[in-house]
Design a binder for this molecule. Structure first.
Ligand SMILES: [Fe+2]
Length: 318
């Protein structure tokens, strides 16, 4: 489907601070530019953009902030560096507010050694005695884990979580280190049996000739199918400048249209947030109709401070 965007405003340059590289969605950006006459200026950086946005909030340089994690969007909105946006009609209510909207969704899954022959597992299972010295993870302070831990507090409370995280640390086979894929490599190498990682790394490993071998012994499982569903994080967007507001909203809505959602989600093997758009076939095959935690992301974010305090208290990474 091709959605014509023919609003009558002079052509604008929309500057996007992005934690995501533009090259895979370049065709989409080109299409938007052709349709509207607007120009998209993509300013990519993996680090420092939140700080920059907050520092510049009284004189914003960019119009849009595009994040690969909910926490960074909340940092911006808590600092008052964003402009309100209307709710988007095809995006579930737990995945948007008037401060930000999601663009794609990713699940935090559990990777397990195939010899365990697990059909299901939960985040709560990771502290079972049978996983003593058999769990691997990246730093507890990585935004992906902070978000998961915040969700656990939302479901079980702070006291429960404090007990959980002590037991999780006791079950680790080594100090938290590396990225999500390094944990899968460690399972393959026999260092541990289970790890936590985002679902799309499965496809990144599958598409990498040096990493695909790890998947001979390791499989992802969408956790908590018997309870609240697998934890999800998002990539999302906030508008950070009043000046280019109409054009910025226009671009935001463009990224949520059906055609754009397909391209944008498939670029990283994620789930589209537009309810009318299906994930790619291979993502659907992997997820197998998995249930996702529908808890409000804003509520999860409000537990971040409690998570950090507890991680510090027990020196989780040490
Ligand atoms: Fe990632």
């Amino acid at each position: 489907m091709y959605i014509a965007l023919t609003k009558a405003y002079a052509s604008e340059t929309i500057k996007v601070y992005s934690e995501r590289q533009p090259f895979l969605i370049e065709p989409l950006i080109n299409q938007y530019e052709e349709q509207t006459g607007n120009k998209i200026e993509w300013i990519f950086s993996k680090k420092g953009l939140v700080q920059k946005t907050i520092l510049e909030k009284d004189r914003p340089v960019a119009d849009i902030f595009l994040s690969s994690d909910i926490a960074r969007l909340i940092d911006i909105t808590e600092a008052g560096a964003n402009v309100e946006i209307p709710l988007q009609k095809n995006v579930p209510s737990n995945l948007q507010t008037n401060d930000w909207t999601s663009l794609t969704m990713r699940a935090r899954v559990i990777y397990a050694h195939n010899d365990l022959q697990l059909e299901k597992i939960s985040y709560e299972d990771l502290i079972l005695p049978k996983y003593k010295d058999r769990v691997c993870t990246r730093s507890g302070y990585h935004p992906y884990n902070i978000s998961l831990f915040s969700a656990l507090i939302a479901h079980h409370g702070v006291e429960w979580f404090e007990d959980y995280i002590v037991k999780l640390k006791a079950n680790l086979s080594r100090k938290p280190q590396g990225n999500d894929r390094d944990q899968v490599k460690a399972i393959y190498a026999g260092v541990c049996d289970v790890s936590i990682g985002n679902h799309y790394y499965y496809f990144k490993m599958m598409d990498d000739p040096n990493q695909i071998i790890w998947l001979e012994k390791v499989s992802p499982i969408f956790p908590n199918q018997d309870s609240y569903g697998s934890h999800v994080n998002i990539s999302g967007i906030a508008i950070i400048n009043n000046k280019n507001y109409d054009a910025s909203i226009d671009f935001l809505e463009f990224l949520l249209n059906e055609e754009a959602q397909k391209i944008y989600a498939n670029d990283n093997n994620e789930f589209p947030v537009n309810v009318n758009v299906k994930a790619s076939e291979r993502v659907q095959a992997l997820a197998n109709n998995a249930k996702f935690d529908s808890i409000d992301l804003q509520e999860i974010a409000s537990n971040r401070k409690a998570v950090l305090d507890i991680l510090n208290k027990i020196n989780f990474d040490g």
